[in-house]
Design a protein around this ligand. Structure first.
Ligand code: ZN
Length: 216
């Protein structure tokens, strides 16, 4: 009896552990089907929300995988730097630079740095009925899309810093207060706070400390 309970528990733990690993056998879709946005998607039921959460995890894994490859090439790197490019989001250069400054002054274990070439992730701008979002191709390159209309309705620095938070592994928490960055558009357009709160900063440092540990 005890043994079967134990083996069932081990089976669950093993399944959970495997579920947390990158799934290289699964081909990524050409275009992401689910995204992590600034406001709840128009048709977001529980299934859509679960898909968004899974997509966010895949995005985070892709960014971490890219950073791991970089560190493997240079084991003496002392800090994790995630690079980004902004060539496809020229209207948001200022907001993106501010978002990077905010994150770099808020967390210790990961740094954002702009590159003129292809970054670990890219910013894009345009118009999309879903608004702004973060997503991934599942192969080490993610992107942040910044929607024109939403960035006029909502505080643009907060939107940009929020979406960048997804790159660093944070999920949405739309029901949270304005003091939380990842509550996104939940508190409404009057919320202009662009800073992660203490819990969010700790969470990012925790996630990237683990990413570092996994490299060695
Ligand atoms: Zn979001």
């Amino acid at each position: 009896m005890k043994r079967s309970v134990l083996s069932a528990a081990l089976g669950l733990a093993l399944a959970a552990g495997l579920a947390a690993l990158p799934t290289t056998a699964v081909a990524a879709p050409a275009a992401p089907a689910a995204v992590q946005g600034y406001t709840p998607a128009a048709h977001a039921g529980p299934a859509a929300r679960a898909a968004e959460a899974a997509d966010n995890q895949a995005f985070f894994r892709a960014v971490v995988a890219s950073v791991k490859a970089k560190r493997a090439a240079d084991p003496w790197l002392r800090s994790v730097t995630v690079t980004y490019d902004t060539g496809n989001a020229p209207s948001f250069a200022s907001q993106i630079a501010t978002a990077a400054r905010i994150w770099n002054s808020s967390v210790r274990n990961v740094r954002l740095q702009e590159t003129g070439g292809q970054g670990d992730f890219s910013y894009y701008e345009g118009s999309d009925s879903q608004g702004s979002y973060a997503s991934t191709d599942g192969h080490g390159h993610g992107y942040v899309f910044l929607d024109y209309q939403q960035n006029q309705e909502y505080d643009s620095v907060r939107v940009t810093t929020h979406e960048t938070g997804h790159v660093l592994g944070l999920p949405d928490d739309y029901s949270g207060p304005c003091s939380e960055l990842m509550s996104g558009g939940g508190p409404g357009p009057s919320c202009t706070n662009p800073y992660p709160d203490a819990d969010e900063r700790s969470q990012v440092d925790y996630l990237w400390a683990n990413g570092l540990a996994a490299v060695h």
